[in-house]
Design a protein. Structure first.
Length: 528
């Protein structure tokens, strides 16, 4: 059906203009009540609870429901529709000026699934906006069912991503922020380009050593790989197991912001091994190596620091685990063939880690008559629910939701990389890699060059504090981000992860109070 002349405009009993779709049979189907469309919209909006701050409408129609939502709530309102010609028809017959002039309103027309995902990721901030709700204009949706169905699936997948990130931010945001601020002094005294440190090794042939139980049986193969001159990147968890077996890796990678990271290095002679760590790592971690190097995993404050102080290399850590980060580092270094050792992503034979890893001395020191070593290992192993087998087959390993998620993310990244990825045969969950014809999903930063520091770390923090203080006060019901200029928006974005942590502690905080609280908290943490 030609998208032009798709609508006719009818008058409701109360005098409002109602668009009606012309069907293929020539019939007209009004998109709203022909009695009182405004009243209909108000009843719909009344069902929206106070905790919903982001509403997505499928279908523009006469705009009655979006207008009611803007009037009766403080929510941000998004309308998704398709076919720009038919949307132009709507604008030719109805006055939407009150909608489009509202800073809390956005109309998305003919966006691809990827563009819809990008828009939601960039604009929906659960800590500030609260919940998200989808409302379809059913008559409109029925006439482009497949397009709206795909949009709904994309929206749901995006919400799941945001929810996962939000949960992590609520747990770790304050620690990330404090660690980044305190690592500025460490970063000021250290070099940036770890490529220079590792370039003498045969990086095109790289091995990644993870800490799964299979590493015990793979040690001979890893030693042979090392003897051939290959480059070994170790996860921090696997470092103790490698050193105990006489294998010195070419670099060790750490991304955990928690103090448990210290246990991977304590008692190990790792001083001369380059330590590649997230700028959000615990500050004292840098003391375990004479060659510490920092990278940015994408935290807004780390990106801000890279832009206005020092340009940290950017590595993809979206897989949520250190093995994934090692794969990103290998990609960054230009490895052509990457072999994974100890990458079980499962508990093998009731064991969680290879021998020599931190967990053995950690539990050994804490055992007593009431909590023997076996009980501690058992409690660690069974702290999460085990998932059924994906193919209903027998297996000698157990997966949890987190471990399976880590494996799937690594499979996705490996499938999109140009390098050949090989998994050393092990006892854990099978890693399946099917190459896809596209560019790498990770961040490649091979053209990175060091730049001179423009100011000291202390001067940078002083300026950052001034920039936070210069943010306008949060007041009124408008979109706070719309009131910020480009630099202010960049500063405020560095504070957003903190909002999740603050909101977790005090769920009753309204948006304006939450904004003022994270400004206060961030200034306090940055002023050390």
């Amino acid at each position: 059906m030609n998208s032009k002349n798709r609508y006719v405009f009818l008058k409701s009993r109360c005098g409002e203009t109602v668009p009606a779709i012309i069907t293929a049979q020539g019939e007209t189907q009004p998109l709203h009540s022909m009695v009182d469309p405004k009243r209909e919209a108000e009843r719909l909006v009344c069902a929206i609870t106070e905790d919903i701050g982001f509403i997505v409408f499928f279908g523009m129609g006469g705009g009655f429901a979006p207008a009611a939502a803007l009037e009766r709530t403080n929510a941000h309102v998004i309308v998704i529709d398709f076919d720009k010609d038919s949307v132009n028809e709507l604008f030719s017959g109805i006055d939407y000026s009150r909608l489009v002039k509202n800073s809390r309103f956005n109309l998305l027309v003919d966006l691809s699934d990827e563009d819809i995902k990008k828009f939601i990721l960039e604009n929906y901030k659960p800590a500030l906006h609260g919940g998200i709700k989808t409302i379809p204009l059913r008559t409109r949706v029925e006439h482009d069912k497949k397009k709206f169905e795909f949009a709904a699936i994309t929206l749901q997948e995006t919400i799941e991503i945001i929810s996962g990130d939000y949960s992590v931010q609520a747990c770790f945001a304050e620690r990330w922020f404090s660690n980044i601020v305190r690592n500025i002094k460490n970063a000021e005294e250290r070099g940036l380009n770890f490529q220079e440190e590792i370039k003498s090794n045969y990086v095109s042939q790289t091995a990644i050593a993870a800490a799964g139980p299979s590493l015990d049986t793979q040690i001979p193969s890893l030693k042979e790989f090392k003897s051939r001159g290959g480059c070994i990147l170790s996860t921090d968890t696997a470092l103790g197991a490698l050193l105990q077996n006489g294998i010195t890796p070419d670099a060790v990678v750490s991304i955990d912001c928690q103090h448990i990271s210290y246990y991977h290095f304590m008692g190990n002679d790792s001083g001369n091994i380059p330590l590649i760590m997230d700028i959000a790592s615990p500050p004292l971690l840098a003391k375990f190596s004479n060659k510490p190097f920092f990278f940015s995993s994408g935290h807004p404050l780390a990106l801000y620091i890279s832009r206005y102080w020092r340009p940290f290399p950017l590595l993809d850590t979206s897989g949520g685990n250190v093995t994934y980060a090692c794969l990103s580092l290998a990609e960054y270094l230009g490895a052509k063939r990457i072999t994974l050792f100890g990458a079980d992503f499962s508990y093998v034979g009731s064991r969680s880690y290879a021998r020599g890893t931190y967990i053995f001395p950690y539990f050994h020191k804490r055992q007593n008559r009431l909590s023997p070593l076996e009980a501690q290992f058992s409690a660690f192993l069974y702290r999460s629910h085990f998932l059924p087998s994906e193919n209903n087959g027998k297996k000698n390993y157990y997966e949890t939701t987190s471990l399976r998620f880590y494996r799937k993310k690594l499979e996705e990244k490996a499938a999109a990389m140009d390098a050949q990825i090989i998994c050393e045969p092990g006892l854990g969950a099978t890693i399946s890699i099917e190459k896809i014809p596209q560019k790498s999903a990770g961040t490649q930063n091979n053209n990175y060059k060091c730049e001179n520091i423009k100011m000291s770390g202390s001067e940078f923090l002083e300026q950052y504090l001034k920039d936070i203080a210069a943010l306008p006060p949060a007041e009124g019901n408008d979109n706070y981000l719309d009131r910020l200029n480009e630099k202010q928006r960049q500063v405020f974005t560095t504070l957003l992860p903190l909002a999740a942590a603050v909101k977790k502690r005090n769920t009753s905080l309204k948006q304006n109070d939450l904004i003022e609280e994270i400004k206060r908290l961030s200034a306090l943490r940055a002023a050390f």
